[in-house]
Each structure stands twice: as structure tokens, then as C-alpha cells.
Design a protein around this ligand. Structure first.
Ligand SMILES: O=c1ccn([C@@H]2O[C@H](COP(=O)(O)OP(=O)(O)O[C@H]3O[C@H](CO)[C@@H](O)[C@H](O)[C@H]3O)[C@@H](O)[C@H]2O)c(=O)[nH]1
Ligand SMILES: [Mn+2]
Length: 752
């Protein structure tokens, strides 16, 4: 008999109405075009500054076109997890991957909390396995996970019994000294016990961290003796096994540290993800894999069920190769990324689906193994690999593709045919195969990183991998439940944020400059045209640094040389740039307010954006160019994560305006820009500019210069402070020299 529930949808597509947005988007574009035309028509009456402004504004207009096309049709999905039970007889298995790489920059307690939140999600435990990849080969991480698995035996039942909402203990207990009331006595008792146990866990890990140099590497830890982070054999350990396959037990927990050897490239996170794929392939081989960064804990315990609504709900699998949830941050809810998700992300969801963002993502294993949407048909008929009954190991093609592990090839062929298994009774039975596929030479001569798995060649491997999936014609789904699916920690301001943005800018340009760029993907593959534009919007982040830097320096240049890049106040033409600026800024501000962000966050984010673009992205651009010409290689520098111990969340507020600096050259451009403008304003106010006939600078240039100084105000403060909030003297000296050089060359240039 037909099941009436069959017809009840698991999700609904919500189309966001945005007529006003479209009108404003087009208005801004129109004004920008007017400005360009005006500049062109009057270019003969003006000098170099005018022409440079024209070039920069042309670039900004191009970016604006990309933005408009990306966000023209925003949508999101509403999911109905409570309908799952009636719609599907059996939920699919999910392998959950967590990556960590450095026990110093990524404190083990953060990873432990992420793992605990995953082990405790609302999902049948016998369908889950959690794999932790440790690129630091740290006995401390291993020890912490063993301790965590003991705590999990109390924590997971506690969460499920009382339906706890936040299942990362550090967040659950944050700032709470007593159990929430009113509540039952039983709950009160359990709560206190849990808190005590969690504090004990923290102490054990802290203690171990202090002693870690003198770790007793015997027993379970013996495998770590004689290892170095970059030189050691593969280590795979089953920390906990759900032996009886209990649906309400604790999921398997497996520790992996892939083999590393000094001369072997290990491809950073992408390499780690590929090992996770292979090890989990030979052990549990779930058809779906979830991957999170070590700091991104599951904040919504229903998240797996939510994602299933999309993964199982789409009639056609090609409409959902992966499901991405937005990257949000518990310590920085008004982060720039969050805002971008709101303003552009949802638009991209409405084209071909969200980009893969590296964390908070559910992938179909077969898609990761390189399947094309057209192959689903063949695969459903069981004909994949030219053989109904499975694979042939002798098949050169398979060896070339997946490497020599017989066990792995078998598991991959199952995955590609959409089947689970081969089911070994226990992950312990696959340890040998697991060690083999975690070896550093395993990928030699295979398709891994090239056509299979996470792709190599960019430090933003996530965007690259997602792009190649979209290129095949897959779409992707977007899951943004309330409360948010996953929450991570934003990099602490200053050097860490700079390093991260530099790496992103480099990685994105690496893709743009490669054969995998979206333009080729549209011409030769099935990437939709507008999705291509959306990718171009993100991939050109690093390129923007050049016009932004020029534009930022223009007002100063004009004042120093007594020329102008803006029409004079009395000329009617001044209306155009003023209108662009005012309308755009107010529009942007209204977007912030309508999405529930504060006015202050608008100002802070705008300022950060200007600072990052002209410094971090500039360095990212230089790195990418150096790599393009084979002069340097790019590396993945890990972002520092800060563990916020309970009850110390608010004391950073007063430091909102303070920026942390270090010796890194990345702070030179910002300092130089500030000094140049201070010098220019001094020149202007004191009337020291050269007296030329005709065009001199006007009010417009002065106002712009003040505006730039306000944007770079954190640097101004940094000039007068010492310690971590102060700009190091060496940076100030170098910047001052650069500023002098700039002013001098302006003068020389204008005399000629
Ligand atoms: O050699 C490495 C380097 C990093 N990682 C892990 O990769 C993750 C992301 O690294 P992080 O330093 O936090 O970089 P972010 O810039 O904060 O990460 C964002 O950007 C990356 C590159 O685009 C994506 O991979 C991430 O998922 C995304 O959250 C972390 O779990 C690391 O432990 C490794 O496993 N091995
Ligand atoms: Mn991160």
C-alpha cells in the first residue's frame, strides 16, 4: 500500500523576496557606470590621478557586477526532521571527520569538545563513527581523546536523557556555576556530577600538557616514541568501539596520524582529508561523510537529521552532492563571514548551491571519489566498473585511480555503487589496511588529489574541491537551522586574522591562475554561468588589493602633488561620486541593520575589510604571483584557536578598538598608508603643496584623506602604544621610509 507520508516533503525551498535589494543593486551599478562615463569624457582635462581613479573604479564596478549576479536570486531551505522517521525506513551511516594539526595552536581541549559534541548528536550511534586526524602526531591529543572517550560514556547519555541543547561541554557549562532551575532533583544531581567530571577532564588534559615533554611513552603511547611531527610512520588507533552496535551507545572513535616523511609533500589539510577518506573507507565506509575543523563543534544536536532532510529529500541526487552549513562563530557573532553569508551566500545557494567551505559539510562519498551525476544511472544498474559483482583488482584503471589497497578498492567500488559495506564486524579488523592507506607513499601515481578526493594545489582546498564538484554538474544544498548547526572560534584579531586572510587570498588566486579556474569549468564543464561569476567574485579577493591600495593612496597623492581625482565642489560632476558613496554606504548599513547586526559592527567590519584588503590580501596576491612564476611555494599556516575558559567571555569588549600587532611585514602597508595620509593632511593644512596653475586639490581629496585615516585608526593608536597593542618600532621605521619614498616620488613624478 502506498504510504501517505511518502508525499510529505522533507524540506521546503524558501525564496527570499528582494525587490528593493535589486532596485538598489542596479541603482548603485547605474551610478558607477555614470561615474566611469563622466571620467572618460573629461579625461583630457585631467591628469594621472583622474585616469588611475578611472581604472580602479572600473575594477570596483566589475566586482559589483559579480556581486549583483551572485545574489540576484537568494533562497534557503526549511527542513522537517520530525518527518524523517515516517519517510525513511533506515537512516544512512555517517562517518564524521575532525582534523587537527598542532597541539599548540589548537589546544587539545578544543578538539575534545568538538569530538564530544559529535559523539552526542541525535542520531543512531551504530550508524556513526568519528575519525580524528592529527597532523601533529601528538601523544597529547591521543591521550586527551582517550580521556574524552571515558567522559563521553557519562556525557552522551546525560545529553540524550535530558535533551541538552549544547553538547560541547565547554559551552554548556560556560559561566554557569549552578544547574539551571527550575529542574528536577535528578537533573540537578547529574548536572553537578557532569560539571565535576568535565572539570576533572580539563585538569587531566592541562596537567598532561604541562608534562607533555616528559610523557611516559609506554603502553598505549608506545607508538609515539621516536616520532617527530614531520617524520613518523602511520598511526591508527581505535580508541573506542561501539562493540555491540548499540543504537543508543557511543559511536566508534578512531585516532589517525598519517605517515609523514621529511621529503614527502603532505598537502596539508587536503592530504589529511584524503587519508580520513581512505581509512574510514576500509573501516566503516559510510555513504556520507561529515567534516569539521577541530574548533567547529556541533551546536545543534539535530544537525545530522536536518542535513538528512536535504540529502534524502531531493528527488534527484544530482541536486545535492553535498550539504553545507554556514560557518558561524560563537565568539564573534557579527563576524564579516557571517555577514557575507547573509548578503551573498544565500544568493549563491539559489544558483548552483553554496561553495564548499571546508567545515560543517556533509559529502556523499561517491562524489568525493569522482563520480559524475550522469553516472548515477549506470551505478544504479550495478554496472559500475564494468562488472556487476564488484571490482577486478587487476584492473589497471582502478589501481591508477585509487591505489594498491585491495580492501580500499573494494570499499570504493561499494561506495560508488551506492552500497554500504563491505561490513567488517569491527574497525579493529581493518587496522592493517588502515595503516597501509595512511602511508605517505600510498598516493604516488594515483588520482588522489588530482581527480579523486580533496584536491591539491591550493591552500583553500575546500573552494577548489567544491568547484570541481560543481563543474561536473552537481548542485549543492544549504542547511542553516536554528540554532546554528556548527559554531567555531574566529581567529583572534591582528596577526592571526592577517595570516588567515593572506592564506585565503593566496589559495583563491592559486585556483584562479590554474587550469581549474571557473571560466574553463564553464566553457568545458557544467559549471553554470552565474555560478562561475560567483566563484570569480570569491577567487578575485586577492586581486582587489591592488586597486584598493591605489585608491586608498590617491587622495594623499593628490594633496601632495596638488592635483585632483574628484571633481571640484562647484562642478556638477561631484554629485556622481557623492551619490555613489552615500547611497552605497547607507544601503550597506541598512543591510546590517535588517540582518540584526549592530551599527558598530558595520563600522568595525568595514574598517577591517579595508585593512585586510590592503595588507593581508596584498601579501596573498604577492605569494600567489611568486608561486605562479615558480619563485616560491605556498604553505598552509594554521590559524590559532583560543580556548575560552568558562566565565571569561566579556572582558575583551573594551579592547574592541585595539588591534594586536607583531613584527610581521603584513603590518607595513597599513602603517605606511596611515603615515602617508598624515603627511598629506599636514601638507594640505599648512599649505606646503607645490603651487601649480589650473587644477589643485579640493575639499573632496581632503575629506577622503580624513576618511582613510579614520579607517586606519587602529594603526594610529598602535603608533603610540607599546607591547602587543603597539606597532613595533622596526615596522614604524620601515613604513616611515616607504612613506617618505612615496611622497618624494609623487613630487618628482608631478614635476615631470
Ligand atoms: O596541515 C594541516 C593544516 C591544517 N589542518 C586542519 O585544517 C583545519 C582548518 O585549518 P585552520 O588553521 O583553522 O584554517 P582556517 O582558515 O580557519 O580554515 C578555513 O579555511 C580553510 C582553507 O580554506 C578550510 O580548510 C577550513 O575548513 C576553513 O574553516 C583545522 O582543523 C586544521 O587542524 C590539517 O589537518 N593539516
Ligand atoms: Mn579555523
Amino acid at each position: 500500500m502506498a504510504n501517505p507520508m511518502r508525499s510529505v516533503p522533507l524540506y521546503e525551498k524558501v525564496v527570499h523576496k528582494n525587490a528593493t535589494q535589486r532596485v538598489l543593486d542596479v541603482t548603485v551599478l547605474f551610478l558607477l557606470l555614470c561615474l566611469l562615463v563622466y571620467r572618460l569624457l573629461s579625461v583630457h582635462d585631467h591628469g594621472f590621478a583622474w585616469f588611475l581613479a578611472f581604472l580602479c573604479e572600473s575594477f570596483f564596478t566589475f566586482i559589483w557586477v559579480l556581486v549583483i549576479c551572485s545574489r540576484w536570486t537568494p533562497i534557503s531551505y526549511k527542513t522537517y526532521p520530525q518527518r524523517l522517521q515516517k519517510r525513511v525506513s533506515e537512516l544512512p551511516a555517517v562517518d564524521m571527520f575532525v582534523t587537527t594539526a598542532d597541539a599548540e595552536l589548537e589546544p587539545p581541549i578544543i578538539t575534545v569538545n568538538t569530538v564530544l559534541s559529535l559523539l552526542a548528536v541525535d542520531y543512531p550511534a551504530h550508524k556513526l563513527a568519528c575519525y580524528v586526524s592529527d597532523d601533529g602526531c601528538s601523544p597529547l591529543i591521543f591521550y586527551s581523546l582517550v580521556e574524552a572517550s571515558k567522559f563521553a560514556k557519562l556525557w552522551v547519555p546525560f545529553c540524550k536523557k535530558f535533551n541538552i541543547q549544547v553538547r560541547a561541554p565547554f559551552r554548556y557549562f560556560a559561566g554557569e556555576s549552578a544547574p539551571p532551575s527550575p529542574s528536577s532533583r535528578e537533573f540537578q544531581q547529574d548536572w553537578k556530577k557532569m560539571k565535576k567530571e568535565y572539570e576533572q577532564l580539563c585538569r587531566n588534559i592541562e596537567h598532561a600538557a604541562k608534562e607533555s615533554a616528559a610523557f611516559d611513552l609506554t603502553g598505549d603511547l608506545a607508538v609515539f616514541s621516536n616520532t617527530e611531527p614531520r617524520n613518523h610512520p602511520s598511526i591508527v588507533k581505535v580508541i573506542w568501539e561501539n562493540e555491540e552496535n548499540l543504537p543508543d551507545g557511543i559511536p566508534h572513535l578512531i585516532y589517525i596520524s598519517r605517515e609523514k616523511r621529511p621529503k614527502h609533500p603532505h598537502h596539508y589539510k587536503a592530504g589529511a582529508m584524503n587519508v580520513l577518506n581512505r581509512v574510514s573507507g576500509v573501516m566503516t565506509n559510510a555513504p556520507l561523510v561529515l567534516n569539521v575543523d577541530c574548533d567547529m563543534y556541533a551546536n545543534n544536536p539535530e544537525i545530522l537529521l536536518q542535513a538528512m532532510c536535504l540529502l534524502l529529500g531531493f528527488k534527484n541526487e544530482r541536486d545535492c552532492a553535498f550539504v553545507q552549513s554556514p560557518q558561524l562563530f560563537y565568539d564573534s557573532p557579527e563576524n564579516q563571514l557571517t555577514v557575507l553569508h547573509e548578503h551573498i551566500g544565500k544568493g549563491i545557494v539559489g544558483i548552483q548551491g553554496p561553495f564548499y567551505a571546508g567545515s560543517g559539510t556533509f559529502h556523499r562519498r561517491k562524489v568525493i571519489y569522482g563520480l559524475w551525476p550522469d553516472e548515477i544511472q549506470i551505478q544504479n544498474q550495478g554496472k559500475y566498473f564494468n562488472s556487476v559483482n564488484g571490482y577486478k583488482v587487476s584492473d589497471d584503471e582502478l589501481l591508477k585511480k585509487f591505489g594498491i589497497s585491495k580492501e580500499f578498492i573494494e570499499s570504493a567500488s561499494h561506495a560508488l555503487r551506492g552500497k554500504t559495506g563491505p561490513k567488517t564486524s569491527s574497525p579493529l579488523n581493518s587496522l592493517d589496511a588502515a595503516h597501509q592507506v595512511a602511508g605517505c607513499g600510498y598516493e604516488n601515481g594515483t588520482d588522489w588529489g588530482e581527480n579523486v578526493g580533496w584536491l591539491y594545489g591550493s591552500t583553500t582546498e575546500d573552494i577548489l574541491t567544491g568547484l570541481m564538484i560543481h563543474k561536473k554538474g552537481w548542485r549543492s544544498g544549504y542547511c542553516s537551522p536554528d540554532p546554528p548547526a556548527f559554531l567555531g572560534c574566529a581567529p583572534p584579531g591582528g596577526p592571526a586574522a592577517m595570516r588567515q586572510q593572506k592564506r585565503w587570498a593566496t589559495g583563491l588566486l592559486e585556483i584562479l591562475f590554474s587550469k581549474n579556474n571557473p571560466i574553463f569549468a564553464t566553457l568545458t564543464g557544467k559549471l553554470l554561468f552565474r555560478q562561475c561569476l560567483a566563484y570569480l567574485w570569491v577567487l578575485t579577493w586577492g586581486l582587489r588589493s591592488i586597486p584598493e591600495l591605489c585608491y586608498t593612496l590617491l587622495p594623499a597623492y593628490c594633496i601632495i602633488t596638488n592635483s585632483n581625482f574628484l571633481p571640484k565642489v562647484q562642478e556638477p560632476g561631484i554629485c556622481i561620486p557623492v551619490a555613489v558613496l552615500v547611497i552605497y554606504k547607507l544601503y550597506n548599513l541598512s543591510e546590517y541593520i535588517l540582518s540584526g547586526f549592530s551599527i558598530l559592527s558595520w563600522w568595525v567590519n568595514n574598517r577591517k575589510a579595508r585593512i585586510l584588503t590592503t595588507s593581508a590580501w596584498l601579501f596573498g596576491f604577492v605569494n600567489a604571483v611568486l608561486k605562479l612564476f615558480g619563485l616560491a611555494d605556498t604553505i598552509f599556516e594554521i590559524t590559532q584557536k583560543v580556548y575560552q575558559p568558562p566565565a571569561s567571555t566579556a572582558d575583551d569588549d573594551e579592547n574592541e578598538d585595539l588591534f594586536v600587532f607583531d613584527e610581521s611585514p603584513v603590518f607595513i602597508p597599513g602603517t605606511t598608508i596611515l603615515l602617508v595620509h598624515v603627511a598629506a593632511l599636514a601638507t594640505g593644512v599648512l599649505g606646503l603643496q607645490p603651487q601649480v596653475g589650473g587644477q589643485g586639490f579640493g575639499l573632496g581629496e581632503l575629506i577622503c584623506s580624513v576618511y582613510v585615516v579614520l579607517y586606519f585608526w587602529p594603526f594610529m593608536k598602535g603608533l603610540f602604544r607599546r607591547g602587543k597593542y603597539g606597532i613595533p618600532l622596526s615596522t614604524i621605521c620601515k613604513s616611515a621610509a616607504l612613506a617618505l619614498l612615496f611622497a618624494q616620488s609623487c613630487k618628482v613624478g608631478s614635476m615631470n
